[in-house]
Design a protein around this ligand. Structure first.
Ligand code: T46
Length: 134
């Protein structure tokens, strides 16, 4: 499976670091929604779903966490621990987030407004969806 990641531009000087990214330039979509996840217990796992249309960029802006991506045929685990590094998660991709450090803040930039109808929360349904749409 091809994993798409981003290395965002970073301006560093004696006063610290500034990372920036622009929609449709540094990530391949318009950003309609931003949310962030933090305070996750290290043993907890989140996600367990795919999206029919949504595209997202995941950036762990503090601490670290891991993301498991599953396209229905292959699985890959990616660690996010650099605030200037992003992971693209396209549609039709099962995802699970785990191994959050106590200080982890996972920032997510999303291509669409929140729509529960875009979620596939059942793994068997996800596999059927992959077969139907390919
Ligand atoms: C994803 C991963 C990386 C809203 O009302 N609005 C929102 O914008 C979001 C993201 C969630 N919600 C509600 C839906 C649920 O009742 O918040 C609750 C928790 O959402 P969920 O269980 O889907 O959270 P995660 O951490 O499993 O997944 C989230 C995103 O939902 C999902 O799109 O890709 O982060």
């Amino acid at each position: 499976m091809e994993v798409k990641t981003f290395d965002f531009k970073k301006i560093s000087n004696s006063s610290g670091n500034l990372v920036f990214l622009e929609a449709n330039k540094d990530i391949p979509f318009d950003v309609k929604r931003v949310y962030y996840i933090y305070g996750v217990n290290n043993n907890d796992r989140r996600g367990f779903h795919a999206h029919k249309s949504l595209q997202q960029a995941l950036i762990c802006i503090h601490g670290s966490c891991k993301i498991m991506l599953d396209d229905g045929t292959a699985k890959v685990d990616i660690e996010l621990k650099d605030p200037s590094h992003g992971l693209f998660v396209g549609n039709a991709m099962w995802r699970e987030m785990y191994d959050f450090s106590p200080d982890a803040v996972l920032l997510v930039l999303a291509s669409e407004y929140y729509d529960e109808g875009d979620y596939i929360r059942d793994y068997d349904e996800f596999i059927r969806y992959i077969k139907e749409t390919n």
